[in-house]
Design a protein around this ligand. Sequence first.
Ligand code: PBG
Ligand code: ZN
Length: 324
Amino acid sequence: MLFPDYRPRRLRQSEAMRRMIRETILTVNDLILPLFAIDGKGVKNPIDSMPGQYQLSIDNLVKTAKTAYELGIPAIMLFGIPEKKDPLATQAYAKNGIVQKATSELKKQIPDLVVITDVCLCQYTDHGHCGIVEGNIIDNDATLDLLARTALSHAKAGADMVAPSDMMDGRVAEIRDALDENNFSHVPIMSYAAKYCSAYYGPFRDAAHSAPKFGDRRTYQMDPANALEAIREVTLDIEEGADIIMVKPALPYLDIIHRTREEIDLPIAAYNVSGEYAMIKAADKMGWLDGEKVMLETLTAIKRAGADMILTYFAIEAAKAINQ
Ligand code: PBG
Ligand code: ZN
């Protein structure tokens, strides 16, 4: 049917009609809020490159998590900023580490909020890499045991889900085994499966003090030019036991989210990363675009591409906009 018989505008003439034919509806159920835990009391350090985001001591972290929970956001993703760093990232798997303490407090105060913990070493190593360093190389196999210990310590602290973001080969299987052998077979793994080596992580590295001291992450994170490789990475993680797979970043990688959706029947998470957040905030502050509208359009686009859930620093703002 062609014009003038077919007129697409007929179904766009009122908000009610537009609502009837809307294909993608963003809901609070889709949102996961990343939070940064730091030692101390009453601490709320603003992160300059991420306006509205803070390093939070556990008391304030629980307050923010409660706000998210009361808005209907089902889950948070927890990152830790430790007091001490060393070559073996010992604070990553310390029983009294910052993530372990924050997790048990969150589960005590807000039992129904899903606490997902980021499993990586880069915030905890003195060199800032996601794995153990031998000379100038990142030693894949030597790192696996430490990642498994980190994930297990999070589960012991009460984490509902663990999310390895290191990009070492074989870590999902190693973590699955460690959890299963210790009576945590019920704890799901959300794997950062297609994680690209991205300049969009810049503001996060300010927030989490996790920039590498030498070199970069190109030997373990994916080359932004590759798409087929993402399917191989995702497939491997599923074979190793991942329950949810993640694509990261989100907006510059909508094609990867879409391809993954076509090929994979597991839930897909997309990480709307710090740089994506910072760009919108900066342009909004300059008066160059309407930050709230761009936020909602962006999150809707990520869902339309095929994401089942979105990790985003906008979670609270978006939930407020959706709820009103
Ligand atoms: C570290 C990690 C990074 C992010 C999450 N976990 C950064 C990196 O790989 O350097 C990025 C999150 C963001 O930019 O919002 N494993
Ligand atoms: Zn890392």
